[in-house]
Design a protein around this ligand. Structure first.
Ligand SMILES: Nc1ncnc2c1ncn2[C@@H]1O[C@H](COP(=O)(O)OP(=O)(O)OP(=O)(O)O)[C@@H](O)[C@H]1O
Length: 273
C-alpha cells in the first residue's frame, strides 16, 4: 500500500527576471509505514521537494498523491517538522497548549485533547515540562515538543526537514533514536530530509540520493541494516560503514555533476563475514 506517490515532479521558480530550474524530474513512492531519508548536495532542491509534498508549493509539472488523493494544499493526514523549532512553536503558549493546538483545529473535545497530548509528551520524554513555555526549554527539548505536536496529530505521513541541524551532536543522536523508536512504535510513514550522510543511513530503510540541480534521483539505496539500531553497535557495524561510503561517493559524484538515473539499488555488496 502506497502512502505517498511522487510522479514526474518538476519545479521551476520564475520571477524577478530570474528562472531557476530547481527540480527536473522526481518519481518515487513511499510505502505505508516506511521510513525514507533524502540526501543531496546543498541547493539540490530538498526543501523544494518537501514543500511540494506538503502542499505548500505548487509543482510546475507532475503530481504528489497522499493515500491516493492528489495534494493541492496542506493535506489532512500529514504533519511537518521543520528545522527552525524556535519559529514553529508559539512562545506565548505552554508546551501542552502547543501540542494541543492542531487538535483544537481538528475539533477534538477537551478531555481527549488532554489525553492525546499527555501521551505524545510522554512518548518524547517531556511530560514533566507540560506547563513550561518553549523559550524556557533547550533547543533539543523544543524540537521534542515539535515532534510531540506532530505525532499527537496522528498523521499518516510525517515529513521532517532537517529537524536536527540546529542541535548539538549528543542531542542529535538522542533525537535520531527517538525518531526510530516512534516510527517503530507508531507505524507512521516518515520522509526525513537531511544534509548528513551518516544520519540518512542510520535512520532510513531507504535513502534517496538526489543529484545537483536541476534535480533527479541519482540512486534509491536500500538500507539493509537490522530494524533495531543503536548509536554504538549500528555505527560500528561494517555494513553501516559500507553503506555510508556508498552514499558518500554518490554525493561526491552528484557534486561533480553526475545525473545518471540508476534503478533501485541494494547499496554496495554486503561485506563478507
Ligand atoms: N522562492 C524561490 N525563488 C527562486 N529560487 C528559489 C526559491 N526557493 C529556492 N530556490 C532555488 O531553488 C534551488 C533549490 O533550493 P532548495 O532550498 O530547495 O534546496 P535545498 O537542497 O533544500 O538546499 P540546502 O541544502 O542548501 O538547504 C536553489 O538553487 C535555490 O536558490
Amino acid at each position: 500500500m502506497k502512502a505517498l506517490e511522487v510522479q514526474g515532479l518538476a519545479k521551476t521558480y520564475e520571477g524577478h527576471g530570474r528562472t531557476v530550474e530547481a527540480i527536473r524530474e522526481l518519481t518515487f513512492d513511499v510505502a505505508r509505514g516506511e521510513l525514507v531519508t533524502v540526501v543531496g548536495p546543498s541547493g539540490a532542491g530538498k526543501t523544494t521537494l518537501l514543500r511540494c509534498i506538503s502542499g505548500l508549493l505548487r509543482p510546475s509539472a507532475g503530481e504528489v498523491r497522499l493515500n491516493g488523493s492528489p495534494v493541492t494544499e496542506p493535506p489532512e493526514g500529514m504533519a511537518v517538522v521543520f528545522q527552525e523549532y524556535g519559529r514553529s512553536l508559539f512562545p506565548w503558549m505552554t508546551v501542552r497548549q502547543n501540542v494541543e493546538r492542531p487538535l483544537v483545529e481538528k475539533g477534538l473535545p477537551k478531555a481527549q485533547r488532554r489525553s492525546v497530548a499527555q501521551e505524545a509528551l510522554a512518548s518524547v520524554g517531556l511530560l514533566d515540562s507540560h506547563d513550561a513555555h518553549p523559550w524556557q526549554l533547550s533547543g533539543g527539548m523544543q524540537q521534542r515538543v515539535a515532534i510531540a505536536r506532530a505525532i499527537a496529530y496522528a498523521p499518516t505521513v510525517l515529513v521532517m526537514d532537517e529537524p536536527f541541524a540546529a542541535v548539538d551532536a549528543q542531542t542529535r543522536a538522542e533525537l535520531e533514536d527517538l525518531v526510530r523508536r516512534l516510527w517503530r512504535n507508531l507505524g507512521v510513514t516518515i520522509v526525513f530530509v537531511t544534509h548528513d550522510i551518516d544520519e540518512a543511513v542510520y535512520l532510513g530503510e531507504r535513502v534517496l540520493v538526489l543529484s545537483n540541480r536541476p534535480t533527479v534521483i541519482l540512486e534509491d539505496v536500500t538500507v539493509d541494516l537490522p530494524a533495531g539500531r543503536d548509536q554504538l553497535t549500528t555505527r560500528s557495524d561494517a555494513r553501516f560503514a559500507g553503506l555510508r561510503a556508498h552514499v558518500y561517493r554518490l554525493i561526491q559524484q552528484a557534486k561533480e555533476g553526475a545525473r545518471e538515473v540508476s534503478s533501485r539499488s541494494a547499496g554496495p555488496p554486503a561485506a563478507r563475514p
